[in-house]
Design a protein. Structure first.
Length: 256
């Protein structure tokens, strides 16, 4: 099943990678940088071939992120609901935000979601100074698959990624790893020589009581185009309300 889901997501993920390379302005991502001057089927190496890259895509993405996160998001609680617990709970939220540099996490989440249509956040427990604390990391959208009614509360999530290693002769080997998350457990898989994903190590109870790999959608359709991005940036009026969808971001069962 892991193999089937990853294969189904690969086309979309390849498109998102191309968009990310375009945002970075690399040769692989910007079409004009690889343009050839062809006459009668022959490439003209001695002719002028200007390759000026007008980065409208990057400008639109940065504008959207600026609208949404130019002023950092404020996290607070309703004093009337929390009453006596308000101070302690707010202190807990502030400690969590400071520990994870939440302003940077929010801005990076907004950027990657704007580029690819969505992205992922993974929460995990880390031992620091003898205590277990919850940490957050932003995941690239091409590493994430979400299964459920919405990507912000998925029933299951998959993260897959490649790891490069080198043998004694300097030969490079690429191994694909996959992690399957649900509300209680992380299951680890590795792709074998036959192309199948097999268990890599024992399951791990992540102890977070909910699926820790969640998605953030750019819009209901989880799409981004130059036209859509410009429209959304103009429509948001500075508050970025259109950038990240709330609960029920999508009604489809498989989100890739």
């Amino acid at each position: 099943m892991i193999k089937i889901l990853i294969e189904a997501a690969k086309k979309r993920h390849a498109e998102i990678k191309t968009l990310y390379e375009r945002y970075k302005g690399t040769k692989d991502g910007v079409p004009i940088l690889t343009r050839s001057y062809i006459i009668n089927g022959v490439e003209q190496k001695d002719k002028i071939n200007n390759k000026v890259s007008n980065d409208f895509f990057g400008e639109i993405i940065d504008t959207k992120v600026g609208f949404f996160c130019g002023v950092p998001i404020t996290y607070t609680l309703d004093k009337e609901m929390y009453v006596a617990a308000y101070d302690d709970d707010m202190a807990l939220i502030n400690d969590f935000n400071n520990l994870n540099s939440i302003e940077d996490i929010d801005a990076e989440t907004a950027k990657r979601a704007a580029i690819g249509g969505y992205c992922g956040r993974l929460m995990y427990l880390s031992q620091e100074e003898g205590a277990a604390v919850v940490r957050i990391m932003v995941l690239d959208p091409w590493e994430c698959i979400f299964i459920g009614q919405s990507i912000d509360e998925p029933d299951y999530s998959i993260r897959y990624y490649d790891v490069d290693s080198y043998d004694a002769n300097g030969e490079k080997k690429t191994t694909t790893h996959a992690e399957l998350y649900d509300s209680t457990t992380v299951k680890y898989f590795v792709k074998n020589d036959a192309g199948n994903f097999v268990p890599e190590k024992p399951d791990y109870a992540h102890q977070l009581f909910y699926n820790p790999l969640i998605g953030f959608a750019n819009n209901d359709e989880m799409q981004v185009t130059l036209r859509d991005a410009r429209f959304t940036a103009n429509r948001s009026g500075g508050d970025g309300g259109a950038l990240l969808a709330g609960p029920g971001a999508s009604s489809s069962q498989l989100q890739v």
